[in-house]
Each structure stands twice: as C-alpha cells, then as structure tokens.
Design a protein around this ligand. Sequence first.
Ligand code: 13P
Ligand code: ZN
Length: 271
Amino acid sequence: MGGILKAPFMKELIRTCGTMFRLGWNERNGGNISVIVDGKEAAKYLDTAVSLRSFDLDIDAAELEHRIFAVTRTGSYFRNVKTDPEYNLGLIRIDRGGKSASLLWGFSGGGAPTSELSSHLRSHIVRLRQDKNHRVVTHCHATNTLAMTFVHRLDDRDFTRTLWKMMTECIIVFPEGVGVLPWMICGNDEIGRVTAEKMEKYRVCIWAQHGIFAAGGSLDEALGLIEAVEKAAHIYLKVMNSRILQSITDVELGKLAEAFGLNYRRDFLDL
Ligand code: 13P
Ligand code: ZN
C-alpha cells in the first residue's frame, strides 16, 4: 500500500480541481466533484476495510451499495485542494442498504462531503442505469453559462437549440441536448431529485443563476462537456445583441448529425 495520494485517480482529481479553479468556474467553495473509484484500485493504496466514521445519507442510495467515491468536502476551496488534499477531499463508501456512508480517508479535522451530495448520488444512480461506463459527476459555476440563464428562456429544447447553433461541434459533443432547471434553493434533496430527472435524459443539467452539473465516464469527459457548453454560452453572449447575418440552420444541423451518425434529439430541430 502506497498512500492514497499516489493513486492515479486521486492525482487526476486534484489536478482537475486546480484546472477548474483556474478556469474561473470554482470561486471560493463553489462547485463539487464526485468520482466513482474502483474498489480493487482503491485497495492498492488504502486499507478499505477500515472505516474512520460514518455519515447518514438524505437519500436511499441502495443502488450504489458498496461503491466507493472520491468526493470534495463541503466548504472546500478548489484552489486549496492541491496544497491540502486530505482536508479538502474524502473517500467514502456507501454502506450496505444505502442509508449511510463510511469515510475511508480524508475530510481531516471532521468535515463532511459536499452539500450537493444528494444531487451527485441521485445523478450517479440514473447515469449508471443509462451507461455502465459512467463514473463522474461534477458541478461548477461556469460564468457564461450562468450569465446566459438571465437572458435566455429556460426550456431544454430552446436552450439546447441556441447552444447547438453557436458552435458546430456542440451537437456532436452533446447530441442528446442539455436540461435546464429554474432557480431553486440548492444543497438539498429537492434539487437533487429534479436534477436526477434531467440526468436521465442528459449528461448536462444547468441550474439557472447558479451553474452546471455534468456527468461522464471520466473527469475529462465531464469537463469537456462543460467546456463546450460554456464556450457556446460565451459566443451567445457576444453575438446576442448584434445584427446576425448568418447562422447554422436547423437543416444544416440535421445534415451534420446524420453525417456524424449521431443519436441526437431530432425533435429539438424544426426539420
Ligand atoms: P459545497 O461547498 O457544499 O460543495 O457547495 C458548493 C456549491 O457550489 C453549492 O452549490
Ligand atoms: Zn454551486
């Protein structure tokens, strides 16, 4: 056993927190990440039979029984994760029955997982049903996407269409579209429920005036989704008050989707 910080999955998580902070998406304690860790992989670096303490969960996470997650601490600053990972991160395992979780490592000094754990765990449950390779849920306060929720109708179809039309790659990166929720109180199970409802259909769920939830098979994939959405939102904000001379038509988006053999939301286009 070589210490959990030597594990490639921990190194990647720590690096990602720094990247997200530098992108300006995770000011102060904004944002959180949870990553499913393979039990055998974790056991190479840590005695996973030892539980330091346990937490009650707000949700029934029976479907995640025995799964191990690397997760950010509530209140943790992403910019500080690299200098003190043992304080800012934790490794938790969902206990038998899914009503509680055991802390295997981290959250030094008595901390707890992110206040958005319900949104994370519920999203993991529905994404795993859709995709056995699903591993990551990440939340951040991406600036342009957040700004776009002030000036755009908050409807999945409308919002997706606008993003798809801002940049050719968008329909290729998220052919299923994005889900959008109105402003809600965060950090509770109610927002967790409605986020997971969106995550059944999409890998991206936008919280109006708050931020983004994104899911993927890896940190790269989840971050890549946010990068594409955020870039498209940035372009939208740049051009929205300009006289548009040309843009990508619905027919062109349809042809693009067919050319790339995408399983896309055809009903999101007027074809
Ligand atoms: P946590 O510090 O509890 O992870 O909360 C940050 C956040 O972005 C809430 O939505
Ligand atoms: Zn947030």
